[in-house]
Design a protein around this ligand. Sequence first.
Ligand SMILES: [Zn+2]
Length: 287
Amino acid sequence: MVELLCGAAPPAACAAISFGAAIDHLTGTVYGSAPLWGASAEPYDLAAALRHRRPDVTWILVNDVTAALADFVSAHARDGVRRVGYLTVSSGIAMRTADLTRRQIPVDEWGLQGEVGHLPLMTRTAELAGLTCECGERDHLASVASGPGIARAAERLGITAGITGGEEDPEGTSALIRWLPGALDARDPRAQRLLYCCVEPIAHLIRTLWCVDPHLDLLGLGGGVVTGLGDHYTNELRRQLAAATSYADRGRSQRWLDDRLVCCGPDEVDGLRGAELIGRWDLGIAS
Ligand SMILES: [Zn+2]
């Protein structure tokens, strides 16, 4: 990774990197990324290694969700917005919040914020109990609501067997991915149930966010699950958020949701553009 990045940077360049791993934003230490370098979770100070090897380059190393948040803020945050969140539902689930009143993306003492995919799962669907998460634990939000989580949920609900005729799917989850959008168009009840079950914990997370932070004025949603299922996902989420669950959560009108919830289309939010913005902006990352 260090060799590749150093080889790509021109002399004395300013290099902005949107990096798909949990990063300590105070130091540049990467905490582990299975998609990039396998199961090793040994912390590695990537920013220090880059600076040591190519001191002529100004390196701006930003987590991809933090970078996406910066890009989302620049495109959507209107005057008077106090806090802005960006939630990505993709191969994993993560969220970042910017406090625009302090021009800050706050992080904790480990330089982290918003790794919500590995919080305990809230679901009322008993069949979905006990599903594993990418991190190896069970019953996390991502166990059910991430892209791979939706595939696990489909398997558990007996939907996958119905699509593949009970045969092992040699292409993994691709049969489900091919089937789901068309089945939702055709109002297939199995597809609708699957969508309901996988949106439910995300709706619960968003309700909780609005309940504990009434100044979260704007929330963007993106990532492959949201963009891939498009209007089906957005409409189901808005339907669930419109329903009252208690006197503390009276349900949200369509107009209220129009004002505060933005589901982004494919390529609408650009992490690389966001990483560049963080290098140039007065929007700092601070503990
Ligand atoms: Zn997990």
